[in-house]
Design a protein around this ligand. Structure first.
Ligand code: SF4
Length: 198
């Protein structure tokens, strides 16, 4: 991975963003090392709260390192200033270092979900349109293609799917976590993230 990063930098790509999922007991004590690596080399890290994607990552809330804790750790060593979300609706809340040496972002899907501004559809390799990262099913666009649907018909169908979409999985997760009833990831079957992309 490091070779790839430095090869991209050598080719002049900018910005180069590194996604880091923070999991308690696994890499939460590496946060400052990662920040220093990115500051030194001109990369931009996106710290991501550990999420219950798919069915097999054994997510529990105890493994979560919340955005506030991530920021407190970094800010205590390298003070930060909030910049905001790219285009006002990107998943990452961005921050710049007050000393001018780079930036970071935090994607807080668990503690600060952003379903109300989500515009992300995903297309699986086998042709399913999935309207939420945590969906259990998708819409079979491949079958439409194989059955000879025109571009206009497919556009109309995709538009109709998107218009009636009501996904707010992360909002509902937070509501459950904050309620007395709690939240168990294994009660919610989902498509595996490896088939969806990020
Ligand atoms: S949980 Fe689903 S609807 Fe909410 S932000 Fe994530 S992908 Fe979008």
């Amino acid at each position: 991975m490091l070779e790839g990063l430095f090869a991209a930098k050598h080719c002049g790509l900018h910005p180069i963003k590194i996604n880091v999922v923070v999991e308690r007991g696994v890499n939460d004590d590496d946060i400052i090392d990662l920040v220093e690596f990115s500051r030194k080399n001109g990369f931009a890290i996106r710290f991501i709260e550990y999420m219950d994607v798919g069915n097999s990552n054994n997510w529990t809330s105890e493994k979560l390192v919340a955005k506030k804790e991530i920021l407190d750790i970094i800010d205590a060593r390298y003070p930060l200033r909030e910049v905001g979300r790219d285009k006002g609706s990107a998943p990452s809340m961005d921050y710049e270092f007050i000393d001018g040496r780079g930036e970071i972002g935090v994607i807080a899907s668990i503690t600060e979900p952003f379903c109300s501004t989500c515009t992300r559809g995903r297309l699986t390799a086998d042709g399913k349109l999935v309207t939420c990262l945590f969906s259990a099913t998708g819409y079979d666009l491949k079958a439409l293609l194989r059955n000879g649907a025109t571009d206009e018909e497919i556009i109309e169908i995709v538009s109709a799917i998107w218009r009636k979409r009501t996904d707010r999985y992360s909002d509902e997760r937070l509501e459950a976590m904050n309620s007395g009833r709690g939240y168990r990831a294994k009660d919610h079957k989902k498509i595996e993230m490896i088939t969806l992309g990020g």
